[in-house]
Design a protein around this ligand. Structure first.
Ligand code: CP
Length: 335
């Protein structure tokens, strides 16, 4: 039987996610266990990380296991090829077909972060590095952020929402784009919209015209929301979505329209600088909402420093929750 892969929020049903959050809350109270003694996770990074790297490493440690961290390229591990049936006369030294099967002989799970943007969204949305590892590994595969999803982040997000306001069903959550000097990955907004829809939240997604999320993600999220008694509505002005919001999730992401052309993205986004930045005055127009961001965040860019430092900010709880939910994911997939 093919081992499990956790690549997207929809790989876990609502009931499974609720069970997992219950385990995460127990682990928050009783952090140290030995369930994963003798087990190892191989963590492969094609992109930098502070939270993901540290929280997974600490999570394995708390559960009695061990993490091996591999940075792809440079002084780390060999550069990796994902394309099938290719003569490897380019700059890649090893194929994922070999890497995944060899690592599977050493470790009990493989976790991958690879979200670098190429030139084509149609190509990148296929998450080919993650899919190649999932195809060839003979151990469970965990997504630590791909081009399309960041499911461990959205688990931490939904736990933070439950911790603050109880049952998320029917509660209005505003997920708003923010201006940023660089086009960023879409994984975080995709996953939180999907997760919140799964929990039946009233999801308000706000972005300027041209910053639409992937249409298949929106379609799936809409179906999930409808099935759970929630809703998904899109706004082109985030200020219209503030009244009644119980949580405000700010995050910048790149435009699919100008995908692969950072200069064009910057030019198109320029008129939105300062207009699409969350301030305390915006937070005051909500229903006593708290503020979420996956971090890292540039202060004064996606949100004012005053928002991050205010009592309404939940960003440090949100980051802490990465540790608790990932321990629950590791127990589920490895124990
Ligand atoms: N939120 C998040 O994934 O943080 P890092 O990029 O630092 O891992």
């Amino acid at each position: 039987m093919k081992p499990q892969a956790f690549l997207a929020p929809q790989d876990m049903s609502l009931a499974e996610t609720r069970d997992l959050l219950a385990v995460a809350r127990n682990l928050q109270k009783n952090p140290l266990r030995r369930d994963l003694a003798g087990k190892t996770i191989g963590m492969i990074f094609f992109n930098p990380s502070l939270r993901t790297r540290t929280s997974f490493d600490v999570a394995m440690n708390h559960l009695g296991g061990h993490a091996v961290i591999l940075n792809v390229g440079g002084e780390g591990t060999w550069t990796l090829e994902y394309r099938e049936d290719i003569i490897m006369d380019g700059d890649k030294s090893e194929h994922i077909k070999e890497a995944a099967q060899v690592l599977s002989r050493y470790v009990d799970a493989i976790a991958i972060r690879a979200f670098s943007a190429g030139t084509s969204w149609e190509e990148d949305r296929r998450e080919q590095i993650h899919r190649a590892f999932a195809a060839y590994a003979t151990v469970p595969v965990i997504n630590m952020e791909s081009q399309l999803h960041h499911p461990c982040q959205s688990l931490a997000d939904i736990k933070t929402i439950e911790d603050r306001i109880g049952d998320p069903a029917g509660q209005p959550l505003l997920v708003t784009w923010g201006w940023h000097p660089n086009p960023l990955a879409m994984a975080v907004p995709n996953s939180i919209v999907m997760e919140a829809a799964k929990f039946g939240m009233e999801v308000r997604l706000a972005h300027p015209p041209g910053w639409e999320l992937d249409s298949a993600v929106i379609e799936t999220a809409g179906t999930l929301a409808e099935g759970a008694g929630g809703s998904l509505r899109i706004y082109n002005n985030f200020e219209e979505a503030l009244p009644g919001a119980r949580a405000v999730y700010a995050k910048s992401w790149g435009s699919i329209t100008h995908y692969g052309d950072p200069q064009q993205q910057r030019a198109a986004a320029a008129p939105y600088r300062d207009k699409w930045r969350v301030t305390l005055e915006h937070m005051e127009r909500t229903d006593n909402a708290f503020f979420l961001h996956c971090l890292p965040i540039r202060r004064g860019i996606e949100a004012d420093a005053a928002v991050l430092d205010a009592p309404c900010s939940a960003v440090y709880d949100e980051a802490e929750n990465r540790l608790h939910v990932q321990k629950a994911v590791l127990l589920r997939m490895l124990a």
